[in-house]
Design a protein around this ligand. Structure first.
Ligand code: ADP
Ligand code: MG
Length: 253
């Protein structure tokens, strides 16, 4: 796939640097003293029990959720103003469990909408990029289809292509395959594997442990709002160093 955009990337420094992050929903302390560094080109898998704070962490990274203390720097920038948050969201693509495609727009229109509206790309250029990424997710013939005419796996691949059309430097995934029929999970994972191998910086919340073993540079395990492990996949799967991880692995594998 197209290598990650490097436009404006500082030559040194991590893609994402999170320091001392704490977040509460009212009284509920959901993220506790999170320190996490993601380097350029890394694929990091985030896993852990339901309710451990994985989605909240991902959503904090692109400022979909505010946090109360700590800092999140993306490509060296801490986004504070609305303008900086808009820039952040252009740099960071996101793919959700629910694909969130516009049902009344064709696949091609779904892909060209944000580039035209947000980036002011001319229509022909936006279409060309859309066709390029549709080909990458192996849906070249589906530009004229409506989302409802596609399988779940195909819709999720459209959602990935849509995010890529904005030329993000970083891609965040929040359980992209957990709403899919088992037979279409593989095609979405194949798309993500190709993206990872192309050098994209990726943070993936997923319980697809075969994917983690294959492409993750690191596995981050969250438990009750804390990072309980941050290690290589080999270490995580073959020599887990605490009982909580062993219990988690016995449930997901
Ligand atoms: P995970 O993705 O690991 O399942 P979440 O980040 O979704 O975990 O949730 C972490 C905790 O925060 C859970 O206890 C959840 O119920 C709570 N939570 C998530 N979103 C909200 C919200 N918008 N308002 C209040 N509590 C929330
Ligand atoms: Mg979640």
């Amino acid at each position: 796939m197209n290598p990650a955009s490097t436009e404006g990337t500082p030559a040194t420094g991590p893609a994402i640097e999170i320091t001392g992050l704490n977040k509460w929903y009212d009284q509920l302390h959901v993220l506790k003293d999170i320190d996490l560094t993601i380097r350029h080109g890394e694929t990091v898998v985030v896993c852990g029990p339901s309710g451990s704070g994985k989605s909240t962490l991902i959503r904090c990274i692109n400022a979909l959720e505010p946090h109360q203390s700590g800092t999140i720097a993306v490509r060296g920038q801490i986004a504070r103003s609305n303008r900086e948050i808009r820039q952040l969201r252009q740099d960071v693509g996101m793919v959700f469990q629910q694909f969130n495609l516009f049902p009344h727009l064709t696949v091609l229109e779904n892909l060209t909408l944000a580039p035209r509206m947000v980036r002011k790309s001319p229509e022909p250029e936006a279409r060309e990029r859309a066709r390029h990424y549709l080909e990458k997710v192996r849906l070249a013939d589906y530009g004229g289809s409506f989302p409802a005419q596609l399988s779940g796996g195909q819709q999720q691949r459209v959602a990935i292509a849509r995010a890529l059309c904005m030329d993000p430097a970083i891609m965040l995934f929040d359980e992209p395959t957990s709403a899919l029929d088992p037979e279409t999970i593989g095609e979405v994972l194949d798309t993500m594997i190709a993206l990872s191998e192309s050098g994209m910086t990726m943070v993936c919340v997923t319980h697809e442990m075969a994917f983690a073993r294959r492409v993750a540079d690191r596995v981050v395990f969250m438990d009750q709002g804390r990072i309980a492990a941050d290690c290589s996949p080999e270490r995580f799967f073959d020599r887990p160093d605490n009982e909580r991880i062993r219990r988690f692995l016995s449930q997901v594998i």
